[in-house]
Design a protein around this ligand. Structure first.
Ligand code: PHE
Length: 332
């Protein structure tokens, strides 16, 4: 039996045949088991001898089966490792990863610049009230910006905000001075799209309210922002202007990057590019928000993020930024 077993063992190569062999010899109906079952028929002299022999054979078979099972496991493991081998030195297929939209990049750079100057960032809703967008901002009832042809009205009360100045009003109505905040966000006007106009665009508005704030603070803050954002060698120009919500008001221009003031298509021949509007908050606006203009004063400013992004990346058409054309987006 033992020799037969060893022969069969040498032929078997897998788990299943191993199990079959085990059953053949050691199973309930196995050959060795059959011999042990017949032990009763033997004489008392033969029985211990036969018993000893049978046990030896069984132990031997069990030992070999066990060793063989171990060897099989090892082979299986090696085969598995071989089949799962990964060559980490193989070159990979380049995969396209997304990137930030230029408007997002510029907005967060502006936010970082103002935050480094002590401003906090506040957001407001894109749908707001006529009160917050016009009335509280001291816009006269006949002001052209209120026109149906300029503003998207939703009903008698609500509109798509035409400027982020709405967030100034919301902040002043709910917070006590000192206030030092900016609010970037999307704005909407009924403009026919062309290279420089889009019915949806972005503004970044700023507001500072405290005791004793003057135009000098406004000028310093904006010059400092422009320097930190565009670099030290920038030339800034303040021009008188008019806004309903500020008095006095100004517009701020920077020297054209391209022609350095000589006049080129980028600055439409003017040598300077307008980047923001600003002014001292009108006493009526403060009063509309329950802030006493006898005690507090402040300044506000607003800039078009789209225009500054276009300047920075030399984007010729504002519409490129809203078409989601991969050929455009991949460049950033
Ligand atoms: N909201 C103004 C605009 O849309 C910009 C501005 C903001 C001007 C604050 C002055 C003060 O043109």
């Amino acid at each position: 039996i033992k020799e037969e077993f060893i022969k069969e063992m040498e032929k078997s190569r897998d788990k299943l045949s191993l199990e079959n062999i085990r059953l053949k010899y050691l199973g309930k109906k196995g050959e060795l088991t059959a011999i042990l079952k017949q032990m009763g028929k033997l004489s008392s002299e033969e029985r211990p001898l036969m018993g000893k022999l049978a046990n030896e054979v069984r132990e031997e078979i069990e030992k070999r089966l066990e060793e063989f099972a171990k060897a099989l496991k090892q082979i299986e493991l090696e085969e598995k490792l071989k089949s799962e081998f990964i060559d980490v030195t193989m070159p990979v297929k380049p995969r396209f990863t997304g990137s930030l939209h230029p408007l997002s990049t510029v907005t967060s750079q502006m936010e970082d610049t103002f935050m480094s100057m002590g401003f906090s960032v506040v957001e407001g809703p894109e749908v707001d009230t006529i009160e917050n967008n016009f009335d509280a901002l001291n816009a006269p009832k006949y002001h052209p910006s209120r026109d149906m042809t300029d503003t998207f009205y939703l009903n008698n009360d609500l509109l798509l905000r035409t400027q982020t100045s709405t967030v100034q009003i919301r902040t002043m109505k709910t917070q006590k001075p000192p206030i030092r905040m900016i609010s970037p966000g999307r704005c909407f006007r009924c403009d026919t799209p062309d290279a420089t106009h889009s019915p949806m665009f972005h503004q970044l508005e700023g507001l500072v309210i405290d005791k004793g704030i003057t135009f000098a603070n406004l000028k310093y803050t904006l010059e400092e922002f422009v320097r930190r954002f565009f670099g030290d060698d920038i030339t800034v120009k303040f021009r008188p202007h008019n806004f309903p919500f500020t008095e006095p008001s100004a517009e701020v221009d920077v020297l054209c990057f391209k022609c350095k003031g000589h006049g080129c298509p980028t600055c439409k021949g003017e040598g300077f590019i307008e980047i923001l509007g600003a002014g001292m908050v009108h006493p009526n606006v403060l009063r509309n928000c329950n802030i006493d203009p006898e005690i507090y004063s402040g300044f506000a400013f607003g800039m078009g993020i789209d225009r500054i992004t276009m300047m920075k990346y030399e984007i010729e058409d504002i519409r490129y930024m809203y078409e989601n054309d991969m050929r455009f987006l991949k460049q950033f």
